[in-house]
Design a protein around this ligand. Sequence first.
Ligand code: NAP
Length: 280
Amino acid sequence: MAEASKKAFVCGHPIAHSRSPKIHGFWLKHYGIEGSYTAIDVAPEDFSAFLKRLEAEGFAGGNVTIPHKEAAFRLVDRRDAAAEAIGAVNTLWYEDGQLWGGNTDAYGFAANLDEYAPGWDKTDTALVLGAGGAARAIVHALKQRSIRDIRIVNRTVARAEELAASFGAGVSAHPLAATGEFLPETGLLINTTSVGMHGNEELPVDPSALPDRAVVTDIVYVPLETPLLAAARARGLKTVDGLGMLLHQAVLGFERWFGVKPEVTRELREMIVADLGAAR
Ligand code: NAP
């Protein structure tokens, strides 16, 4: 008997903007896998019931995005170590009859830098702009790579303090005003704020005072080259855009649901870049 076609999904609210169906659809076709990956709009009040129905509806698992990542964290049976550290779940799968929740954002962040800026983690000092949900995953990735001095600056200092406190020694919280003083000592600068996004295309900080060896990355990927990355490139610094994080974070879910570890290829990237361009 032929193996049943496997089904996965991404759920969020809203969900129409998600690129995940395009990414997973590309891999399903590329690897010739009988399967599907669909976007499902789930309102917050329906999320718990949605999770309960998943197995009966034949899903192998799926992705969870805004605003359900924290609810998924609370509702799954088991969580992987990354989800525990980050406090949010973006990937679901079944294992030993239990619903597992994982978080692949830290993996995606690190894999993107490994690809485009090898050696990025050979620095003692990282400066993280922003303290939202994405920043939590990134601080976890930096800790995993043993970066000793992780400085978080955020408009709302209390949010940075809460984030730093949950990671303990080696992670500190500061007001935006501290940025100028930190820049000359920073080996890795990461923008995790939405400043620079299409519609808000401003510089979150001026990178000119960074040392020549610094690597600059922005997790905003619309536009692909944000004002921060453009300014850093003009300054002669190594820059890495945020699209690779989105592509790499999808790898681990696909592997769990469909049994093949997919490759992030140039062809996949170009397809998504074209799609982002078409949507603007
Ligand atoms: P979030 O939880 O809403 O956090 C937003 C952060 O941006 C907060 O630190 C916020 O500061 C800061 N911020 C917003 N507007 C600001 C302004 N005008 N001036 C200074 N700071 C400002 O959002 P998130 O989920 O962390 O996502 C942040 C960005 O990352 C989004 O653009 C998202 O699309 C992108 N992202 C990309 C990937 C990827 O795979 N590449 C993955 C996840 C997220 P306050 O705390 O003071 O409000």
